[in-house]
Design a protein around this ligand. Structure first.
Ligand SMILES: [Zn+2]
Length: 311
């Protein structure tokens, strides 16, 4: 845990001009909240900061920052609320504000990923354009349910720049053993409707009814890294690479057996229990396998036993 004294110093710094409080005063208030009332530090900081704002008769926007002195951060660096930072970022998306208090809301992005931003109506700042890149000085970080964002306020300085920013995706990388292959894997049929492509159940699309399906290969697998499980979807390419079975071969196998389920059974034999490193974007609870690397030829039975005993 970052010591309370450091947090106290950071809060104190914002009020040195406005209030006659010592770092110890701040630390004492934090200490009461955190150690006596078990309030998480982020909430304690917010609460103590707000109480000093009240005492000084200030809005949050009136404190902190100033010109210069802020740390320049990237989207993925933001990991604490109430920090005054500078950043250079591209407006990736603008959303419809759901409150009159908000002038603009959306996503800012840089090489490290994206972060939500909010621009208050009363802060009277210029309009941000989607796709444009800006130097943003004096923005405040915030946190809501573990997700971080930045707020543009009255003191924020916005400067458009020609700098080209390649916005990174929030790709996930997981390493683990493939411990399950879920139903709907192997040789499947999809609805031929271009905007639909739902997987058919017994020849029926849940939207379009009975249709002439198109064959596809897919694996919905579960990777276990020893602590967590991640559901991973392998598309046709990834499935072919993973199993060594092509779509054509899979169709032949199914034709010979008059049964598509032989395909997934064959695949299970090849890939279950093996270790993989999978990287890709996340979609809901699924990780979409863009890059797949096999880590070992097969799981060492001894190691598996040891692991099983330790669970
Ligand atoms: Zn359909």
């Amino acid at each position: 845990m970052t010591d309370l004294h450091t947090h106290a110093e950071e809060i104190h710094e914002q009020f040195t001009d406005q209030l006659d409080v010592s770092v110890d005063d701040v630390e004492e208030r934090l200490d009461t909240l955190v150690n006596e009332y078990q309030v998480p530090i982020s909430e304690a900081r917010r609460s103590v900061t707000n109480s000093y704002l009240d005492e000084a008769g200030l809005d949050r926007e009136d404190i902190g920052g100033g010109s210069g002195g802020n740390e320049t951060v990237q989207a993925a660096d933001v990991d604490a609320p109430e920090e005054w930072v500078d950043m250079t970022a591209k407006v990736v998306e603008l959303w419809e504000p759901r409150s009159d208090a908000v002038a603009q809301v959306g996503l800012l992005g840089d090489e490290t990923g994206t972060i939500k931003f909010t621009k208050w109506s009363k802060s009277d700042l210029p309009e941000l354009d989607e796709g444009a890149t800006y130097h943003l000085r004096n923005v405040v970080t915030d946190e809501y349910q573990g997700r971080f964002s930045v707020k543009l306020n009255r003191t924020t300085v916005i400067e458009e720049t020609d700098e080209e920013i390649e916005v990174g995706d929030d790709a996930l990388e997981v390493e683990g053993a493939l411990v399950d292959i879920q139903s709907g894997s192997g040789l499947i049929k999809r609805c031929p409707d271009e905007d639909c492509t739902r997987v058919l159940q017994n020849g029926r699309c849940s939207e379009h009814g009975e249709v002439e399906g198109e064959f596809d290969l897919r694996i919905k697998g579960v990777l276990d890294d020893g602590e967590d499980v991640t559901e991973v979807i392998f598309d046709q390419d990834a499935t072919e690479n993973l199993t060594g079975i092509t779509l054509e071969e899979a169709k032949d196998m199914a034709m010979d057996a008059l049964d598509t389920s032989v395909v997934v059974e064959e695949m299970q034999g090849t890939i279950m229990g093996r270790y993989y490193r999978v990287e890709g974007p996340t979609f809901g609870r699924y990780l979409l396998a863009d890059e797949v690397e096999t880590l070992t030829d097969a799981v060492d039975p001894e190691a598996t036993l040891i692991k099983a005993r330790s669970i």
